[in-house]
Design a protein around this ligand. Structure first.
Ligand SMILES: O=C1O[C@H](COP(=O)(O)O)[C@@H](O)[C@H](O)[C@H]1O
Length: 233
């Protein structure tokens, strides 16, 4: 696994994983608040994070000092069942975490390119770098919206990119997407990868093996700190 460092945290079940990941993230956010007064967290969407979000939302930290944003988003309004913002509002911004500030990526715009440019501008005011980023991964080896068939994959994965948010058109991704650039993701103080199920474990092992380098592998290789992988069957 040349150049790609990670630490594997395996759990007996998904509830235990959710509790452990939530405890870890809460501790990192608290440390950031102690050190610089605020904390910046980016979370992923999809089918995996709901239990983790529920566990995190019940932990009493200074949520009023936390800003939450998204790793990536489908270009759909928050009322869509495919909206990552909708998932975060319904599952994370509840209970104690209702006091957090949420900065979504989706807003109406003439094009996904316009939306990404406006997001990049608007998100400049956040307290970069991210203190914590929680990534997911698809069985195809994509993470964030870095799909293997994205037309601008090289731009998304450019480690020297100054852009915060980029547009993504990828046939395998369904609707157009908005994503944080890899440069912003790998600069985070703590990088977790949350994956569940045998198919994801096999996909992760495959992505780390010989052969074509999938986007998740490129992210691990670009990260200056080891990525903490949280997995349960
Ligand atoms: O499309 C997406 O997929 C990945 C993985 O999602 P999952 O449903 O397999 O858990 C997710 O990390 C990303 O945020 C999302 O937009």
């Amino acid at each position: 696994m040349s150049g790609a460092a990670c630490a594997w945290n395996g759990f007996a079940d998904r509830q235990q994983l959710a509790a452990a990941l939530a405890g870890n993230v809460a501790a990192r956010l608290t440390k950031a608040i102690d050190e610089r007064g605020t904390a910046l967290l980016a979370v992923s969407g999809g089918a995996t994070p709901a239990k983790f979000f529920a566990a995190l939302s019940s932990i009493p930290i200074a949520w009023d000092k936390v800003t939450v944003t998204l790793v990536d988003e489908r270009f759909v309004p928050p009322t869509s069942p495919r909206s990552n913002a909708g998932l975060v509002v319904a599952n994370l911004l509840q209970d104690k975490a209702a006091a957090a500030r949420f900065v979504p990526l989706y807003h109406e715009a003439a094009s996904i390119e316009d939306a990404a440019a406006a997001d990049s501008e608007a998100l400049q005011s956040l307290t970069w770098p991210l203190d914590v980023v929680v990534l997911g991964m698809g069985a195809d080896g994509h993470t964030a919206s870095f799909f293997p068939d994205a037309g601008n994959l090289a731009q998304l994965l450019d480690p020297s990119s100054q852009r915060i948010v980029l547009p993504v058109h990828a046939p395998s991704g369904g609707e157009p997407r908005l994503t944080l650039s890899m440069a912003r993701i790998v600069a985070a103080g703590f990088i977790a990868l949350h994956i569940e199920g045998e198919d994801k474990r096999i996909a992760f092992d495959g992505a780390m093996g010989a052969g074509e380098k999938k986007p998740i592998r490129k992210v691990l290789e670009a990260a200056p700190i080891p990525v903490e992988v949280f997995w349960a069957p």
